[in-house]
Design a protein. Structure first.
Length: 277
């Protein structure tokens, strides 16, 4: 599916993997709806993308980019809220055909079953599940309804499509470490629901693919000392470094463009297999 001229909705779109993906898709000619918390830098990032677009629309080689009139919009929302996510989907539909959804919103709150302060509170476990799993599903179901109502678009290699939904799991879905029962459970479930949803939405010409990143340079990782970041990067077989958000974004863009990618979880991890801790 051609990215140019479409509308993409990206959750967690104000920072990290989501921001990199929004930038990549915007650069390819898509309008982007950035969905993130009200406390995020979503407004500033949307303004940055729009300013970039205005500067480059008349640049040599821009071609008919003016006609695309693509733009970035920030919609504050909690992914677990039906009303707020619906408002974000409505904002996307108002810009044009919603054909791309990328679910990057999530948290990685650690917690052992039996920690130093006692048994892991059920509320802590449930919060991770609600945001990472239920929030992802909430976006999928509401966005899929909007996608299913659009006219199919042709692809470069032929065959109609209505859209593609890209979810974010984690290598923790397969190699969960001590202290990650909630996180691993949530990401394992995102992986597990990929195939059944892809099979169901196939009749609506919508693909569903999940990316399982390894250790990436994200705001969460930036809070660690540089020495700790370097140590983690050295655990990756090749390349021996942390993944870059742009590498996640490049894979997301390829998934959109490659119509045969469907119903699969793709590890993006430099061949790392996480140890117990």
């Amino acid at each position: 599916m051609d990215i140019k001229g479409t509308v993409a909705l990206i959750t967690g779109g104000a920072s990290g993997l989501g921001a990199a993906t929004a930038r990549r898709l915007f650069d390819a000619g898509a309008s982007v709806v950035l969905v993130d918390l009200p406390t995020s830098a979503g407004d500033a990032f949307a303004a940055e993308l729009n300013a970039w677009g205005e500067v480059h629309v008349d640049a040599p080689g821009a071609g008919d980019r003016k006609e695309a009139a693509h733009k970035a919009v920030f919609v504050p929302a909690d992914v677990t809220s039906e009303d707020e996510v619906q408002a974000a989907v409505d904002a996307a539909v108002a810009l044009g055909p919603l054909r791309i959804v990328v679910n990057c919103a999530g948290i990685a709150t650690p917690g052992k079953v039996l920690g130093r302060e006692g048994v892991l509170p059920l509320e802590s476990f449930n919060r991770v599940i609600q945001i990472n799993l239920v929030g992802t599903f909430n976006v999928i179901r509401l966005a899929a309804a909007a996608m299913a109502a659009t006219e199919p678009a042709g692809t470069e290699l032929g065959g109609p499509e209505r859209g593609v939904i890209i979810n974010t799991a984690s290598v923790a879905a397969f190699d969960g470490q001590i202290g990650q029962p909630a996180y691993a459970a949530s990401k394992g479930a995102v992986h597990a629901m990929t195939l059944p949803i892809a099979r169901e939405l196939a009749r609506s010409l919508i693909r569903v693919v999940t990316i399982a990143p390894g250790i990436f340079e994200t705001p969460m990782m930036a809070g660690l000392p540089q020495e700790a970041q370097d140590s983690l990067g050295q655990q990756v077989p090749h390349p021996s470094r942390l993944g870059k958000p742009a590498e996640y974004a490049n894979l997301a863009a390829h998934i959109v463009e490659n119509a045969m990618l469907n119903g699969e979880t793709i590890r993006l991890d430099g061949a790392i297999r996480m140890g117990p801790k």
